[in-house]
Design a protein around this ligand. Structure first.
Ligand code: IVH
Length: 673
């Protein structure tokens, strides 16, 4: 058969598979029998095996099924399920510890103790026990809200259903990883790309009987909500987990000092092949719960833990083409389209080349033979070029000086801090004028961390864009549902689900709203800071009047770069128009103040000099936790100037002049009892 014919046939099958899939999961209305569905799946996979060039994101070998979002009840986690930040080497690890030392103001000679736990690459789940009974089990979902998969979890033998052991808390969410052992994965003939996908697919079967067919395992490692628990450290918690009847990882260890962490990392990386389940790194957690509490969280990861990934896998391939993609902020990212290769169990056909400078530095060209590296869930990238294999007629890659999407000139910003030109080249258009940027902005607007509109993924946004159903974010709220209903792949039910999902998100917290706008340099964390400071949507909209904007400098974390970016955002005519429309359509909830009744309510503070046993960052978070506010200038609004070692005389004098109370660190801590 000719290649084009094979491809045609393949794509036809994929399309059919998608249709069946949607009906099966989304509409709970299967169109064919299970066996017919399964044999179609097999046919596709067979074709892929025979003809390596065949691939599709919608292939059953890639996906574990249509996300069955409507099949499981959504339930909020009482305590958010966090993720972890990653480090890849000793340097990253040292930085991680340094930050902790700074935050806690720990002396060099104090050794930090960690619980080092292999990071299993599975699916995390949260199990609620009440009075010793397993009552509900949730998937992670987006960390805030998971799916109720209780019945499926009940089929897992490692999960105790009833616990009547000493010291087991009256109520607790036990958290851990659901996974499948490699030897079991080899036995099951269903085609999943890897054990992780198999575990995920099995766990989210509609029918718990189907889950029961694949031997899933569970290893416990942390907890969410807990009532009546008196445990002081992670290692002690892990010991108790065992006593209560949970399985824990046999390679968990308590370790002090970076050197020993590295030795353990090297040991486990070698051992990895012998272990019967996939691990992709080691999680380090500060062992002492009191220290964990002091360290707290940033956005959705704890300061007290980190994942130390194993080194990347790499393979050799050839660059077929270099495409330049335009991102939401206008950044032009070159991506190498490579001959598909298997890197550590995953077929890779795209590898990022980062930016223009990187291409120039490594002189990467179309046709080159390159080494491509991939580590965990990080985007694969080109590491090096094999110059010996370079073709004679190869030409230097010329980076486009015009935006490939809208044709505007491209620019490199000058970084005021590093006094260097940015490595990234950007489209100079004002955002929505460039189609590609506009599309990416809309994707960001509806994304999980922003408006979080269920069922409106990237592909659907692309499609709606193509059909001219959306051009600006506000169009999301005025969709032509009659038209959508009749689109290929859509029907009454899916359309009304989408409508419901969109309507329900019209009421949005201020921080999410600010984040959704995709203002450059305003990520989740900064959006939160701004919202907390501004309190109401009106205050935010009024920033466009520019009079209050400099006041934002009082927020620790917001600097000149951010303020300049906000000003630019409000100056743009299209932005002004779409903000106005959103203001009319949405109900934006005031920012939740951290606590309304703290001991430092309505009081403002400023520090000068070095504090004892505590960093500024920790002091600041204590003040905020108790409803106080930090300001960065001595002015009439300041209530207390807290002085540490070697304070600035100028600040003290000014405070005296303005009759501001000057107190010591001890006096301040007394205010908090
Ligand atoms: S603790 C701080 N401990 O890694 C809380 N996570 O990126 C985070 N994981 O979603 C969870 N082994 O699926 C923790 N010993 C371990 C873990 C572990 C694997 C996974 C888990 C989580 C992800 C975090």
């Amino acid at each position: 058969m000719r290649i084009s014919k094979i491809e045609k046939e393949y794509l036809k099958k994929i399309k059919l598979f998608q249709k069946y899939n949607r009906h099966y999961y989304d509409k709970s209305n299967p169109q064919v029998s299970d066996s017919e569905f399964d044999s179609l799946k097999k046919e596709i996979i067979e074709l892929e095996k025979k003809h390596k060039f065949l691939k599709s994101e919608n292939s059953p070998s890639k996906s574990v099924g249509f996300t069955p979002s409507k099949n499981f009840k959504k339930v909020k986690h009482r305590i958010q399920m966090l993720s972890l930040s990653n480090v890849f080497n000793e340097e990253g690890l040292k930085n991680f510890e340094k930050k902790i030392r700074n935050f806690l103001s720990l002396k060099e000679n104090v050794e930090i103790e960690y619980s080092a736990e292999p990071k299993i690459d599975g699916i995390s789940a949260s199990l609620t026990y009440k009075d010793g009974k397993f009552v509900q089990g949730l998937s992670r979902g987006d960390g805030k809200e998971g799916e109720d998969i209780t019945e499926n979890l009940k089929t897992i033998k490692d999960i105790p259903k009833i616990i009547n052991k000493e010291k087991f808390p009256v109520e607790i969410d036990i958290r851990g990883e659901v996974f499948i052992e490699n030897s079991d994965f080899e036995k099951i003939n269903e085609k999943f790309a890897n054990p992780r996908n198999a575990a995920s697919g099995s766990l989210r079967q509609k029918d718990p009987v189907a889950t029961n067919k694949i031997p899933l395992k569970f290893i416990a490692y942390t907890f969410g909500y807990a009532k009546g628990m008196n445990i002081k450290s992670q290692s002690n918690f892990l010991e108790n987990l065992k006593k209560w009847g949970f399985k824990t990882n046999e390679y968990n260890k308590n370790i002090k000092g970076i050197k020993n962490l590295i030795l353990n990392h090297q040991y486990l990386e070698k051992k990895r092949k012998e272990i019967n389940f996939d691990i992709d790194g080691i999680v380090y957690k500060i062992n002492d719960f009191d220290l964990q509490k002091r360290l707290g969280y940033v956005t959705n990861a704890p300061r007290w833990a980190v994942a130390h990934k194993f080194s990347a896998n790499s393979s050799i391939s050839e660059i077929i083409n270099i495409e330049v993609q335009v991102g939401r902020t206008g950044a032009l990212t070159p991506v190498a389209k490579i001959k598909p290769v298997n890197i550590g169990g995953v077929i890779v056909s795209n590898a990022t080349l980062h930016n223009e400078d990187e291409i120039v530095r490594k002189d990467i060209r179309v046709g080159d033979t390159v080494t491509v590296e991939r580590a965990g869930d990080v985007i694969p990238h080109v590491v090096s070029v094999d110059l010996v294999k370079r073709k004679k007629n190869s030409k230097k890659f010329i980076f486009p000086l015009k935006c490939p999407s809208c044709g505007s000139t491209t620019v490199k910003d000058f970084n005021e801090i590093t006094k260097k030109e940015d490595a990234v080249r950007r489209c100079s258009s004002e955002g929505f004028e460039c189609d590609q940027i506009a599309k990416e902005k809309i994707k960001h607007f509806v994304s999980k961390e922003a408006f979080n509109i269920d069922g409106l993924g990237k592909k659907i946004v692309e499609n709606f864009w193509k059909l001219k159903l959306v051009k600006f974010p506000q169009d999301i709220f005025k969709l032509d549902y009659e038209k959508i209903k009749n689109l290929d792949g859509w029907g009454n039910l899916s359309t009304s689900n989408l409508k419901y999902a969109i309507e329900s998100k019209k009421n949005i917290p201020l921080d999410k709203f600010i984040y959704s706008l995709g203002i450059r340099h305003i990520g989740q964390e900064n959006a939160k800071l701004l919202a907390r400071h501004l309190k109401t949507a009106n205050n935010f909209f009024n920033l466009s009047l520019k009079k209050d904007i400099d006041e934002l400098k009082n927020i620790d974390g917001i600097g000149d770069t951010q303020i300049k970016s906000i000003i630019n955002f409000f100056l743009n005519k299209t932005n002004q128009k779409f903000l106005l429309e959103l203001k009319k359509t949405l109900e934006i909830k005031d920012a939740i103040q951290l606590s309304h009744s703290g001991l430092l309510k309505n009081k403002t503070f400023m520090f000068t000099g070095k504090l004892e046993d505590m960093s500024r960052a920790e002091a600041k978070s204590i003040i905020e936790e108790n409803s106080g506010k930090i300001i960065s200038n001595v002015n009439k609004k300041l209530d207390y100037l807290i002085i540490g070692e070697k304070p600035t005389t100028k600040k003290i004098n000014l405070a005296k002049e303005l009759n501001i109370k000057i107190i010591t660190q001890k006096e301040w801590l007394k205010m908090l009892n």
